[in-house]
Design a protein around this ligand. Structure first.
Ligand code: HEM
Length: 266
């Protein structure tokens, strides 16, 4: 998600970049996206292993649990996600040579990947199922856009921060608004009462996630106001690079807490 959003939203909109630099950054983004797509595929294998391990009767071979799992509707979503991951990797690799066609292919690969968490998580069991799945997909897209784009700005965009950060800011603000709205709706859907936020493990884990996210959002807002005017000077760029790196790390902490949250019973 980050690679596609970075290519079109940040590099594409950073008007002050010449064509050669733009192509160079886009190629670097395509390499990072290939590696990230590999990570997605490994993650999907891990998810299947965990699911099979949960299905397995004590003492039975794991292969038996796999063959049961592969006959379920869960496996249909999983195969689609695997196909999406492969398409994402191929598209990102093609993007290094054929920019537009490659990124379009990569974007197509993202479609099954953004609905997979909802289809295999709590949203799939919600009362208004399609609304919940739709909001979940928007949440995942916003999360991937924000954290993935920020990651690429930090990882490969450092020499051009003065031009990339102004193009990144509206994407970050839009993603954060979408995350808060869809996240608040999902939280209320799963918990449904004020007391549930404090009295259940799920509620407390969600509050921890919101607290860490609040720190990141605050950091982002302060940086935007304080450091953006200093961009372009060596000191200003260094300070922005450091603080964006910290934001990215804290974003990983939000993802870690989310990984625990989605495994808890609401
Ligand atoms: C106010 C901010 C946020 C709130 C209230 C919120 C709330 C939630 C809730 C309630 C869920 C559903 C968990 C479940 O299925 O049981 C969720 C899932 C998720 N959140 Fe957030 N979230 C917020 C911000 C973020 C941020 C900043 C990120 C990324 C860094 C993020 C990434 C995710 C991901 C990847 C999922 C998994 C979706 C799934 O498994 O279906 N969220 N969030």
């Amino acid at each position: 998600m980050g690679g596609v959003a970075f290519r079109w939203g940040v590099v594409g909109r950073a008007a002050a970049l010449d064509l050669q630099t733009r192509a160079r950054i886009a190629r670097a983004a395509s390499r990072v996206t290939v590696v990230a797509a590999g990570g997605v595929l490994v993650g999907l294998l891990g998810v299947a292993y965990r699911q099979a391990a949960e299905l397995r009767f004590p003492g039975d071979p794991i292969a038996d649990a796999f063959s049961i799992l592969l006959g379920t509707s869960w496996a249909t979503s999983w195969w689609w996600a695997i196909a999406g991951g492969v398409l994402l990797a191929v598209g990102a690799a093609v993007a290094a040579r054929a920019d537009r066609a490659g990124w379009a292919l990569a974007a197509l690969g993202l479609l099954p990947l953004v609905v997979f968490p909802g289809l295999t998580g709590h949203a799939n069991g919600a009362e208004a199922r399609f609304v919940a799945l739709g909001l979940d997909a928007v949440h995942v897209v916003a999360a991937g856009t924000w954290i993935g784009t920020l990651g690429l700005v930090v990882l490969i965009g450092r020499p051009w921060l003065d031009r990339l950060v102004p193009a990144f800011s509206p994407i970050a603000i839009g993603s954060v608004v979408a995350l808060v709205v869809t996240g608040a709706a999902a939280g209320w859907r799963e918990i449904g009462s004020i007391s549930g936020y404090l009295e259940t493990g799920y509620g407390r884990t969600l509050l921890l996630k919101v607290a860490i996210f609040g720190v990141v959002a605050l950091l982002g807002a302060v940086n935007w106001r304080r450091l953006t005017p200093r961009l372009g000077s060596p000191d200003g760029d260094r300070a922005m690079g450091r603080s964006a790196g910290l934001e990215f790390l804290l974003g990983q902490a939000v993802l870690l807490v989310t990984a625990i949250l989605v495994r808890l019973s609401p």
